[in-house]
Ligand binder design. Structure first.
Ligand code: MN3
Length: 241
């Protein structure tokens, strides 16, 4: 599947997803299948190395799906949309909650993460159009946004994610969550940090350690080269619709 096909498929999924709340606006359904990468694992070199991609996609992400499937089976939960399931974990049985939170978040976050990256030079090098204008008016400039986002990822102690979200009032915000939590998770994430993620960065060591070791800021700096701004813009449009 080439990148164009991949993005239009994602768009169709957005249109066909079940919108259950304002929070879910623009969030495509995510099943228990692992979607194929839209690019070869070496395509993000030198910024993200092929071995990291192979282990991250093939082992870490795959494990979240396997463990989520087990947890759902044990709890007798059937879902065709994990992204929706994790928005309200108060609805899942208490003894399954931790496993579904961690592995459901892990599956959803990584499904998005692969889509938010693309080979360097294959698309816009920064936010354009309405997204670019709104990032500038919200954060002062694109560089100010990047600085804030990099700080959110850099300061996250231990493992977690940095996010660019569209809040329920339509405004852009930068936030961060620990572990595999994400901004869709009501009751888990502070209400002020809830929103629709349109860009996120994995700052778990498994995302960068082979190439960058302890130098997380270097990983974050290099990662901007492989951000798929077309996909971010599409997500922004969907979240605002
Ligand atoms: Mn990861």
């Amino acid at each position: 599947m080439n990148r164009r096909t991949f993005i239009s498929t994602t768009g169709a999924a957005v249109a066909g997803s079940l919108m259950t709340s304002q929070m879910q606006a623009g969030v495509a359904a995510i099943t228990l299948e692992q979607a194929p990468l839209a690019y070869p694992p070496e395509a993000l070199e030198p910024h993200i190395d092929a071995m990291t991609m192979n282990i991250h996609y093939g082992k870490h992400h795959a494990s979240y799906i396997a463990n989520l499937s087990k947890a759902l089976e044990a709890a007798k939960i059937e879902t065709s949309n994990v992204a929706e399931l994790i928005t309200d974990l108060s609805k899942v049985p208490a003894d399954a909650m931790v496993a579904i939170r961690n592995n459901g978040g892990g599956h959803v976050n990584h499904t998005w993460f692969w889509q938010w990256m693309a080979p360097a030079g294959s698309g816009p090098t920064g936010p354009e159009g309405k997204l670019g204008a709104d990032i500038q008016s919200t954060f002062g400039s694109v560089d100010d946004f990047k600085k804030l986002f990099a700080e959110a990822g850099g300061k996250r102690f231990g493992s977690g994610w940095a996010w660019l979200i569209v809040k329920p009032d339509g405004k852009l915000a930068v936030t961060s969550t620990p572990n595999q939590d994400n901004p869709l998770m009501k009751g888990v994430v502070a209400d002020s940090d809830l929103g629709t993620p349109i860009l996120g960065l994995d700052v778990w060591e498994h995302a960068y350690y082979l190439k960058y070791q302890n130098k997380r800021p270097d990983y974050i700096g290099a990662w901007w080269n492989v951000v798929n701004w077309d996909a971010v813009a599409k997500g922004y449009t969907a979240a605002k619709a």
